[in-house]
Design a protein around this ligand. Structure first.
Ligand code: B12
Ligand code: SF4
Length: 440
């Protein structure tokens, strides 16, 4: 069979189409390898089938080309665009399968636009689906019965799906049991179950993946600290540079993990600080996110030559109009050199969504706005406009020339590689935000 994988653009929606400038396209195409979802599907597809891959951010879809099957992956943000593409293909009598986070959470919605929907992980269901299609017995829904055993995951050899990119994603674990109320991972049946890949498999994959720069696409690399320590020890001689997600309070308590990460090539930890307000953390986050002495932890990480990239969310129930300035002041004091700000987003399937929906506070269910940059609910202590404009102002202040230069010079003291990462990420986040605003 001839199969097409499509990753729909997240900012293409109807006639509303994002066109990057030439430099942006070159940079992004060099920068963006195929995501792991399609890499995994590719590896679990029997060799007799041929596969093409299109990421709509870089290539136009040719609807006139004949395929036996089109597989589309999407999160909530690009679900509507995914449905548009699915409808176009189905109008031409091409079979369409939808999978990924959003179709897994709302399979009945997705089914209206697809011949079949794959719910959850697909390493086991995808080969079954292909066989059923060959036998003309395609089922409407394929559901993974129990969490996939990660020791059975295929090991990637080199770059798959042709596009290379200068960095690559590698997954070492799946799942997180922590139960933060806004998080999709912990609130979906299988994804919540924490599982680890055998370290031998990861090392083999890292040796085979040609890219030097890797992002470990795990919910958190600090859920099983002994496992991660062992992994970092084994990664030491691979000469890779990498980043990973980590819980800041674990880093604060265990200096050895920072040292082992640095020796293994870690450039930065990405940490969800979420909020500077203790009451928000208590109400919306798991205990794993309890506020500790962040300034001390950040200094410790910097002293080992590693950067920290912090994520913050605005719009929690205990946020008032002062949250924006308070956050900026506090993170300057902590010595955090790079941060990103999101607007609280009630993704379907999460307890946050259910609560806000029951309270009548969700006023927009246009999924394309579920991108962490739009306000889709009524905040408790602000108007939606105040939340939006406050977040924008925080971005403008944080990424102003003077603030950026100050943070970059501080980062230079952390180390050369972390400084290069920080400067590039600072520029990228600033540009993204500016470009993004043009479409609102
Ligand atoms: C790496 C990552 C990114 C990367 C790469 C994105 C990607 N699509 O892989 C980047 C940085 C670009 C990114 C961006 C964003 N991300 Co992100 N990201 C992740 C992360 C950490 C890992 C994803 C991954 O590689 N998983 C490994 C692969 C193998 O698993 P998988 O993607 O689930 O795919 C499996 C199944 O879903 C299924 N499947 C998937 N697609 C398809 C398609 C078909 C046809 C079939 C049959 C099966 C199938 O099969 C796969 C194998 O089992 C996840 C959290 C996590 N740990 O999973 C968040 C996560 C996916 N991201 C999330 C979010 C919110 C975002 C952003 C909106 C953030 C932002 N403000 O920009 C954007 C949206 C990007 C977009 N275009 O929509 C949410 C998604 C929630 C949702 N309901 O949509 C997650 C779950 C994080 C969370 N805590 O909630 N992200
Ligand atoms: S710790 Fe991170 S991955 Fe785990 S539930 Fe909370 S936000 Fe989700």
């Amino acid at each position: 069979m001839k199969i097409l994988f499509v990753y729909p653009s997240s900012v293409t929606y109807g006639s509303y189409k994002y066109k990057s400038n030439l430099w942006g396209k070159i940079l992004l195409s060099y920068n963006s390898p195929p995501y792991l979802d399609f890499q995994m599907l590719y590896l679990t597809t029997p060799e007799k089938h041929t596969i093409e891959y299109i990421s709509e951010d870089f290539n136009e879809i040719d609807y006139e080309e004949k395929y036996d099957l089109v597989g589309i992956s999407c999160g909530t943000k690009n679900a509507i665009r995914a449905y548009e593409i699915a409808d176009e293909f189905r109008n031409r009598n091409t079979k369409v399968v939808l999978g990924g986070w959003h179709p897994s959470i709302l399979p009945n919605e997705a089914k209206q636009h697809a011949d079949s929907v794959v719910v959850g992980e697909a390493e086991e269901t995808w080969p079954k689906l292909l066989k059923d299609l060959e036998n003309n017995k395609l089922k409407p829904i394929y559901r993974q019965e129990k969490p996939v055993d990660l020791s059975k995951l295929p090991i990637r050899k080199g770059s798959v799906l042709k596009r290379k990119g200068f960095f690559s994603y590698v997954q070492t674990s799946r799942g997180c049991p922590n139960k933060c109320k806004f998080c999709c991972i912990t609130n979906t049946e299988h994804w919540r179950v924490y599982r680890k890949r055998p370290i031998d498999d990861i090392i083999e994959e890292l040796q085979e993946v040609p890219q030097k720069f890797i992002h470990l696409a795990d919910p958190s690399s600090t859920l099983d600290i002994n496992y991660t320590k062992e992994l970092f020890k084994r990664m030491k001689d691979l000469n890779k540079r990498f980043s990973c997600n980590a819980n800041v309070n674990v880093l604060g308590k265990d200096e050895e993990i920072i040292k082992l990460a640095r020796d293994a090539g870690c450039l930065h930890f990405q940490c969800g600080f979420e909020s500077i307000r203790e009451m928000n953390l208590d109400e919306f986050c798991s205990k794993a996110k309890k506020r500790e002495d962040n300034a001390k932890t950040i200094k410790k990480v910097h002293d080992h030559g590693v950067e920290i990239y912090g994520n913050f969310v605005f719009g929690f129930d205990y946020d008032t109009k002062s949250i924006f300035n308070d956050t900026l002041n506090e993170i300057y004091d902590w010595g955090l050199n790079l941060a990103n700000f999101s607007i609280l987003t009630p993704f379907p399937g999460t307890p946050l969504y259910t609560t806000l929906k029951n309270e009548g506070r969700v006023f927009d269910e246009d999924w394309s706005k579920y991108d962490l940059h739009h306000v889709v609910f009524q905040p408790k202590n602000m108007t939606p406009e105040e939340l939006l404009h406050g977040t924008e102002q925080a971005y403008r202040d944080y990424f102003s020339v003077s603030s950026s230069l100050k943070r970059m010079s501080r980062s230079f003291k952390v180390g050369f590689y972390p400084f290069v990462f920080l400067s590039a990420a600072n520029y990228f986040l600033y540009r993204c935000m500016k470009k993004y605003r043009e479409f609102q």
